[in-house]
Design a protein around this ligand. Structure first.
Ligand SMILES: Nc1ncnc2c1ncn2[C@@H]1O[C@H](COP(=O)(O)OP(=O)(O)OP(=O)(O)O)[C@@H](O)[C@H]1O
Length: 631
């Protein structure tokens, strides 16, 4: 019986993340299902020369290894012949000669093993580097909607765990497999040369051993795949808890989170235990079969020695060869089963590598220059539903025109679609119908980097990177690097310079993960500086609500007013002063622009806006006086 589904925190299908990805993209899923061993090994294609060189030294090392039993057999025969009355001098001379051979073979074998290890391991590291960077690039190419559906823990797990598993198989396992195959073949050849009769007996045991391994690999592949998926879910829970530790603490939900994590891990444990049980059955059966065969061979060999059909030295050499062959056959099968298991991890990685993003960021090439003012925004008959909720239309034929340099304030009831409009202008999503245009050019036709150097977003809860304040501000610079003067100039406009200088490390102060070491107002001002340094033509603002105290709200507002001057601005307005200062107020309701005009015009019209103001549904969160004459 599989474990019960996770508790509330993770309620739903335990395979949800995996299935989401799979059902999300049937084509990629298909491609994922068809992952073949050749595709897995294809990852090592660029390493063909190091691997070829590694294989060569590996063969040399294997040949050296296989020579040892022969030397051991020779030594035993010399000793036996001496016991039977041979000359001690001759025996000593022969043992000395054998000793020289042993030392030479040891030196060759050690050098070859060292070289082999370096060549294969370094190739494996490079394969993993390439695989991870390719996978990261593939993930970064995906549209924002993809991230709405997949949890980050799932993706980071694939980047770390799955790629590590594939790396080992794609290179080192080739080395082990080749080495074992070489030792097996050479060992078998030597066994044949020593006694074809005994060798035939050994060969009889190989088909059942192989069948056993094949069965084991098939079953364990499924377990490994499930275990990786379960472990990804556990990582997701851990990541979510760690990044929301303040929420967890404030609700005293440590116990519940612990239970969620345990539940997620329990599934990992469940498949881990099944793997362990499988191994507990498989390995004793395999070992008994192999050891039983060896003992029968020894028994028969002893009879051959007694009948003088074989020397004791030859039997010793044969037994050592048989042990070599058995051990390496075991290793070969181990590699085979880990390849089969890695195909499970490969499916998941290749599924992501193959996934075609719904938005092609490289398709846009245009850089509209527009009139000198620039920054004309048009939303034309836009219909939009979020990809994670297809069919639930958020915008239904919405049209909006913002002239260059104009300021439009979006107001309306919660959930009406204001933030969605901003997300479409940022091209986080593309509308299903209709279009969004900047300076007359549809956004998908505009060069991605250019678009985002012209449009800046300052949200209510900006997220900063875990770096210094200077680095966070410079992040906004289109070229990627900014001078200290530029950074400081932007910080001054954003009202951030003074508080930054009050920190002992000034601009080099680290802000912590997502900016956790700064206050809400400070974070927002750093985010404003990050937008200012970009010198955008279009500004998208989500105004701060009462989350800030009066002083920092004033500082933030002043900074926003400065940065807005002379630019096209779309602001999600929460304050009366903002709507009053806007050229146009657009009331977003039910996915459409219900009304548009100046604050005064709309109040006088006595429509939706007037009703919302009257019912205090707008500006309720700020301590501004209610507008006059609305009743
Ligand atoms: N990423 C998303 N995936 C699915 N649905 C979403 C997503 N973001 C928002 N929605 C849904 O889209 C609708 C419009 O949301 P939106 O955030 O645009 O409203 P809003 O007018 O900005 O609201 P508020 O004033 O409360 O911020 C809501 O029903 C919301 O649940």
């Amino acid at each position: 019986m599989p474990p019960r589904g996770p508790p509330p925190f993770l309620r739903g299908d335990p395979n949800r993340d995996y299935q989401l990805l799979a059902s999300d993209d049937a084509e990629a899923q298909q491609a994922g299902k068809q992952v073949s061993a050749s595709r897995l090994f294809g990852l090592a294609r660029q390493e063909v020369w190091p691997l070829a060189a590694g294989s060569l030294v590996l063969l040399i090392g294997a040949a050296a290894q296989v020579y040892f039993p022969k030397l051991a057999g020779d030594l035993i025969d010399v000793a036996i012949q001496h016991e039977a009355g041979g000359s001690p001098k001759e025996a000593r001379r022969r043992t000395s000669a054998i000793l020289v051979q042993i030392l030479a073979v040891l030196a060759i074998s050690a050098t070859a093993d060292g070289l082999r290890s370096w060549l294969f391991q370094s190739a494996a590291e490079r394969v993993m580097f390439r695989l991870r960077t390719r996978l990261f690039a593939a993930l970064l190419r995906q549209e924002v909607g993809f991230y709405d559906r997949v949890r980050t823990g799932e993706l980071t797990n694939r980047l770390s765990e799955d790629t590590r598993m594939i790396k080992t198989v794609a290179t080192s396992s080739i080395a082990s497999a080749l080495r074992s195959a070489a030792i097996c073949s050479l060992g078998l050849a030597m066994m044949f040369a020593t006694s074809w009769l005994l060798t035939s007996l050994v060969l009889c045991a190989i088909p059942p051993l192989f069948a056993l391994f094949w069965l084991f690999a098939r079953i364990s592949r499924r377990f490994v795949k499930e275990q990786l998926a379960a472990s990804a879910r556990a990582t997701t829970v851990a990541e979510e808890v760690f990044s929301n530790v303040r929420t967890v603490r404030s609700f005293a939900k440590e116990g519940a989170m612990q239970a969620s994590y345990e539940q997620a891990q329990r599934r990992t444990l469940y498949f881990g235990l099944r793997s362990a049980a499988l191994e507990a059955v498989f390995f004793p059966v395999h070992t008994s079969l192999a050891t039983g065969t060896m003992m029968i061979v020894l028994w028969w060999g002893a009879r051959l020695v007694i009948d003088s059909r074989m020397s004791a030295g030859a039997l010793s050499a044969f037994v050592v060869y048989a042990v070599y062959v058995a051990a390496n056959f075991g290793m070969l099968m181990g590699v085979f089963s880990s390849v089969v298991q890695a195909l499970g991890a490969g499916e998941r990685v290749f599924q992501l590598l193959d996934r075609q993003p719904a938005q092609d960021l490289s398709s846009g090439t245009q850089r509209p220059q527009g009139s000198p003012a620039g920054g004309e925004l048009v939303l034309r008959d836009v219909h939009f539903a979020y990809p994670s909720r297809p069919g639930a239309w958020v915008l239904r034929g919405l049209s909006l025109h913002v002239a260059p340099g104009n300021k439009v304030a979006l107001v309306g009831p919660s959930g009406g679609g204001k933030s969605t409009i901003v997300a479409l202008i940022e091209r986080f999503y593309d509308p299903q119908r209709g279009s969004v245009l900047l300076d007359g050019v549809p956004l998908p036709s505009i060069d991605h980097v250019y678009l985002h150097s012209q449009v800046a977003l300052v949200s209510q809860e900006p997220v900063l990177f875990a770096a210094s304040i200077a680095d966070n501000i410079a992040f906004g610079c289109p070229g990627g690097s900014a001078s200290q003067e530029q950074i400081e100039a932007a910080a001054r406009i954003a009202n951030a310079h003074d508080f930054i200088c009050s920190f002992p490390q000034g601009y080099q102060t680290l802000v912590g993960e997502r900016g956790v070491r700064l206050s809400g107002g400070q974070k927002q001002r750093v985010a404003i500086a990050r937008a200012i340094i970009m010198q955008p033509r279009v500004l998208l603002l989500d105004e701060a609500t009462s989350a800030l105290d009066a002083e920092s709200e004033h500082m933030v507002q002043e900074a926003l007013d400065r940065i807005a001057a002379g630019r096209t601005v779309v602001v999600i307005a929460h304050r009366l002063s903002t709507v009053q200062a806007a050229d146009t107020v657009a009331v977003v309701e039910g996915g459409c622009i219900a009304e548009q005009g100046s604050h005064q015009q709309l109040l006088e019209a006595g429509g939706v806006y007037a009703a919302l103001v009257r019912r205090q549904l707008l500006f309720a969160s700020v301590s501004q006086p209610a507008p006059q004459g609305t009743d």
